[in-house]
Design a protein around this ligand. Sequence first.
Ligand SMILES: *[C@@H]1O[C@H](CO)[C@@H](O)[C@H](O)[C@H]1NC(C)=O
Ligand SMILES: *[C@@H]1O[C@H](CO)[C@@H](O)[C@H](O)[C@H]1NC(C)=O
Ligand SMILES: *[C@@H]1O[C@H](CO)[C@@H](O)[C@H](O)[C@H]1NC(C)=O
Ligand SMILES: *[C@@H]1O[C@H](CO)[C@@H](O)[C@H](O)[C@H]1NC(C)=O
Ligand SMILES: *[C@@H]1O[C@H](CO)[C@@H](O)[C@H](O)[C@H]1NC(C)=O
Length: 286
Amino acid sequence: MSKPEEKKESGGWKELFWNPRTHELLGRTASSWGLILLFYVVFYTFLAGMFCLTMYVMLLTLDDYTPTWQDRLATPGLMIRPKGEDLEIIYNIKNTESWDKYVQALNTFLTPYNNSHQVLNNDACVPDKYYLQEDSGNVRNNPKRACQFNRTMLEDCSGLVDRTYGYSDGKPCVLIKLNRVIGMLPGKDGQSPYITCGTKKEVNSDFVDVTYFPPNGTFNLMYYPYYGLRAQVNYTQPLVAVKFVNVTLDTDVNIECKINSNTITEFSERDKFAGRVSFKLRINSI
Ligand SMILES: *[C@@H]1O[C@H](CO)[C@@H](O)[C@H](O)[C@H]1NC(C)=O
Ligand SMILES: *[C@@H]1O[C@H](CO)[C@@H](O)[C@H](O)[C@H]1NC(C)=O
Ligand SMILES: *[C@@H]1O[C@H](CO)[C@@H](O)[C@H](O)[C@H]1NC(C)=O
Ligand SMILES: *[C@@H]1O[C@H](CO)[C@@H](O)[C@H](O)[C@H]1NC(C)=O
Ligand SMILES: *[C@@H]1O[C@H](CO)[C@@H](O)[C@H](O)[C@H]1NC(C)=O
């Protein structure tokens, strides 16, 4: 208890900072400061080393072509085009402006599906068979080719014959795509998965009259498996177009479309959003 008194006598608070008698800076000698500095240098070097080591090990285990972690959903999601706002397609037949935005969205979306583009980029594959291009051990079979999905396969919904995709006469087309899942094999025994649409409570019913393109609403097996954008640069996602040919006018019609497959059904009961998409269709005439 004599130290503080000593300091007070011989110079007050200034000596707290630098004490000329004991050569202490902020109460510590040079060698004490040196030790502290040394400790922190060693400590942080060690931390940086640990960080680099973990990063190095991580990078070693990463593969350029397939994500290490990906969504292992048993049932991939569906999405529609045009999306509208909040998956609502609402327009008035008489008001061209109210549906032109949907037509424009479809035109843009389908541009890469032009036959000319498909023929240039992709292969004409054998239908109803997986287009397998596996790597053999460590030898990469890259780049991988993809199959042609011609715009003309969407027939009445291709925008080529009917440039308004049926929007102008109250029989609109909606395109459905299945979310990409790397390596997914969506069907067995040569049976492609297919889409069915209905009103919300009665999917599979004929309550709404729909026509599917390609026929039967199938995502052909030849477009699978998907190997990822790095490996399969020109991959073209297959589509199913659904044309609603008998929509009751001036009424909200809640549509639900779902995927049917003989391999990806198991989890559909557990997650009611998996493998299906719901949207509202309303066509006004007044
Ligand atoms: C795709 O085809 C449509 C209709 O024939 C045409 O308007 C459009 O310019 C084409 N796009 C490309 C990029 O070739
Ligand atoms: C992708 O398409 C381009 C033409 O646009 C073609 O030159 C290239 O070979 C294609 N790549 C693969 C892997 O198919
Ligand atoms: C796509 O269209 C081109 C020409 O229009 C044709 O040669 C090709 O066979 C078609 N591919 C498929 C898979 O139908
Ligand atoms: C559509 O399905 C029916 C009955 O399941 C079948 O007979 C027909 O061959 C299918 N069409 C195509 C193009 O797959
Ligand atoms: C369209 O649906 C109405 C009832 O909503 C029905 O009376 C009519 O026969 C249907 N037309 C066609 C072509 O299916």
